[in-house]
Write a protein that binds this ligand. Structure first.
Ligand code: SF4
Ligand code: SF4
Length: 230
């Protein structure tokens, strides 16, 4: 899932305090699961924001809230569209994709981000999320026994560990596992150590963000006869 973290109330208040009517918009998908921007968080933020505005002498600013199922898909934004005209700004608690989807859909309404989008990751333990994928665009997990060195090795080493790995920990931080220790241990357990002997060439970053913003087109899923521009 996309993992995000809510911005602090002071920062959000500063972004919206010069508007008259602001709509907080939550999203029912990834940000709900990672407890950053779902219905509950939108409710908590709405109360905190009204209080912060009052304390800042801006209690004339009206803050309302709504949560839609998904902000990164135009069809779900339809549920929000009839209300947007009542407000002169939106604060979105979706990931960066959802914020931009609202900005595209409502070109005349300022849209502010209420969360900081962090990474693609998993729930590691209650209240702890960790990064697992950097969306490189050409998944190599098959080469690395299911552990991604692009994301999890601090130096993105492809051919074994650097000289800093100690007791299974990364030299960058004792809180980080050394990705290459994990790869080695798992390859050994799977009897695949010989597969790690092949030299892996440098990564072609053009499939990642370095090639510019990316696009996935599934012709077989497009509307027949109309293609990707329908
Ligand atoms: S190899 Fe690329 S797509 Fe696969 S997990 Fe790593 S960053 Fe993500
Ligand atoms: S200690 Fe391990 S994870 Fe850290 S940079 Fe070196 S090889 Fe990568």
């Amino acid at each position: 899932m996309i993992v995000a973290d809510r911005k602090n109330v002071r920062e959000i208040r500063a972004m919206i305090q010069n508007h008259q009517r602001v709509l907080l918009v939550g999203c029912g998908t990834c940000v709900t699961v990672c407890l950053a921007g779902g219905e509950r968080e939108v409710g908590i933020l709405g109360s905190a924001l009204r209080m912060a505005l009052r304390l800042a002498g801006r209690d004339q600013v009206i803050v309302d809230q709504v949560t839609i199922e998904r902000q990164c898909e135009d069809a779900f934004i339809d549920a929000l569209a009839p209300r947007v005209g009542e407000y002169d700004a939106i604060c979105s608690l979706a990931c960066g994709a959802g914020v931009q989807a609202l900005a595209e859909r409502f070109p005349n309404t300022p849209v502010y981000p209420g969360v900081n989008t962090q990474f693609i990751g998993i729930l590691e333990s209650q209240g702890v999320w960790t990064e697992k994928c950097a969306a490189c665009g050409n998944c190599r997990l098959g080469q690395f026994v299911g552990i991604c060195p692009i994301t999890r090795c601090a130096k993105r080493q492809f051919n074994g560990p650097c000289g800093g790995s100690r007791d299974g920990r990364c030299e960058v931080s004792p809180e980080l596992d050394c990705a290459w220790q994990l790869i080695y241990d798992r390859a050994k357990a799977l009897n695949k150590l010989d597969e790690l002997e092949a030299v892996v060439p440098p990564l072609d970053w053009s499939t990642g963000l370095d090639g510019g913003p990316r696009k996935v087109v599934r012709e077989d899923q497009c509307i027949a006869g109309l293609g990707p521009n329908a």
